[in-house]
Design a binder for this molecule. Structure first.
Ligand code: CMC
Length: 431
């Protein structure tokens, strides 16, 4: 913490405000006493310039395109060894797990991979073709009905048990959602398989034929999940924190996160990117038409997979995903025309003044979809995959919020611009 002060001059007041310094050199002016002492609020619609918490989970330098989990640069996870489970543990508990901790976590996940029969039977009450994100958020909410011992976890082993249920069962819920939509029988988890392979098994095995999980595919899925695992105070994470701040339980908070992620400006962008690439491939649209539509302020269309609230540079996750996709194509001997279209679109945008001036670069969603497609995941499940990946981040941020003894309920203010005081008019007297 720095002892610096900022000065705000307003009317005849000179107001001194404390300034804090983060461990990576960022500075933040503390305006918390501005209203109580001076009757002023700050105006920051969309919270584009407001720090809502102090956090030690994830660091982003948007100008340089830097992303670190608990201090570790994201690029260091693009190696054969790191797996999603250890990254999840690291995000939640603050450091890399040792061998025993990782084994315990892995065992606990395996113990909880089945769905409670009550939750499983709920699938039949939802339309088979319901949006997978709607199913996911309701199933996670429903978990609060079955696991009330985890609604207010007060010690770490209990918390770990609750967290393991969520992280383990989310992939079973996702796979069952897909199987039901396809009219296929549910395939139960196989305790002998690791996290990603087990998910692919539940998605693609048949009762009479085990799906053979290729190591490079499991590795690619592992990387996709790791790259989505946290991203500081984005829309869905903030939703999780807001709900948590009312002292709501983990399941309720994460379910809110899933709903926030669903939107096309956030996690839902990966579906929109695929639709856009597909429309170009089918000849329904030309790349330049997409660019022009995105630039047209009278058109709500956006170049999906481009731009970011924080990054003013290439999203480091997109760089890694692009390389990973090229690797998978090479190993699988796939030549995907959508990759050429994506490259063409990217080049056109990066050379267009509109995108250059606004520093709009590809974000994580630009290349994640085509990689997920190469893994075999259908488009309508892309945002669910994002949610599986983001879950450890939501949990870590929930824990940080929950354990902060000074945290208060998150309750922003507003600048009222409606009618001044008016009178109630009886209905007979209204015009
Ligand atoms: N296409 C066209 N114009 C854009 C785009 C885009 N993809 N992104 C930003 N802009 C424009 C925006 O209209 C604004 O223009 P002007 O200055 O003329 O008003 C300018 O660029 C600056 O925008 P911004 O304030 O940086 O954008 P924002 O922080 O409000 O929104 C965003 C960030 C991600 C919602 C936005 O870039 C967007 O809609 N991108 C497309 C959707 C997308 O790919 N979302 C995934 C985000 S990354 C993963 C995730 O969080 O899920």
């Amino acid at each position: 913490m720095s002892t610096d002060k900022a000065k705000l001059i307003y009317a005849d007041q000179e107001i001194e405000l404390p300034v804090y310094e983060g461990t990576a050199g960022d500075h933040a002016i503390d305006i918390t006493s501005l209203y109580s002492k001076h009757g002023l609020i700050t105006y920051d619609p969309s919270l584009g310039n407001t720090g809502i918490c102090q956090s030690s989970i994830t660091y982003i330098d948007g100008d340089k395109g830097v992303l670190r989990y608990r201090g570790v640069p994201i690029e260091q996870f693009d190696r054969p060894h790191p797996n999603f489970i250890e990254v999840a543990w690291m995000l939640i508990f603050g450091r890399l797990p040792n061998k025993d901790e990782l084994e315990l976590f892995s065992r606990t996940l395996t113990n909880h991979e089945l769905l409670h029969e009550g939750i499983r039977s709920q699938f039949q009450f939802l339309p088979a073709k319901a949006p997978p994100m709607a199913i996911l958020s309701s199933m996670i909410s429903t978990m609060a009905c079955y696991y009330d011992e985890f609604l207010s976890p007060d010690d770490e082993p209990v918390f770990l048990e609750g967290v393991s249920r969520l992280i383990s069962k989310i992939r079973t819920i996702a796979a069952f959602t897909y199987r039901r939509a396809m009219g296929l029988p549910y395939i139960y988890p196989d305790p002998a398989l690791p996290y990603c392979s087990n998910f692919l098994h539940m998605m693609f095995s048949l009762p009479y034929k085990q799906y053979e999980v290729k190591p490079e595919i499991a590795k690619a899925l592992n990387l996709v999940l790791i790259l989505h695992a946290d991203h500081e105070q984005n829309c869905s994470t903030s939703a999780v924190r807001v709900v948590c701040s009312s002292r709501a339980n983990l399941f309720a908070s994460v379910s809110a996160g899933v709903n926030a992620l669903w939107g096309p400006l956030h996690g839902g962008a990966n579906v929109k990117v695929m639709e856009m690439l597909d429309a170009i491939y089918r000849g329904n649209r030309k790349p330049q038409e997409c660019i022009e539509a995105a630039k047209d302020k009278t058109n709500p269309f956006r170049l999906f997979g481009f731009g970011h609230r924080v990054y003013r540079n290439y999203d480091p996750r997109a760089k890694i995903l692009k390389k990973a996709y090229e690797r998978v194509c090479q190993i699988q001997k796939i030549s995907d025309p959508l990759l050429d279209i994506a490259r063409e679109l990217e080049e056109a945008a990066l050379n267009d003044d509109y995108f250059i001036e606004r520093k709009l670069y590809p974000n994580v969603d630009f290349y994640s979809g085509i990689l997920l497609r190469a893994i075999g995941i259908p488009t309508n499940m892309f945002t669910v995959m994002f949610a599986i990946g983001r879950l450890p981040g939501w949990i870590a941020q929930w824990k940080e919020q929950h354990e902060n003894p000074t945290a208060k309920i998150i309750r922003p203010r507003q600048l009222y611009i409606g009618n001044p005081e008016t009178d109630y008019v009886e209905i007979a007297d209204r015009e």
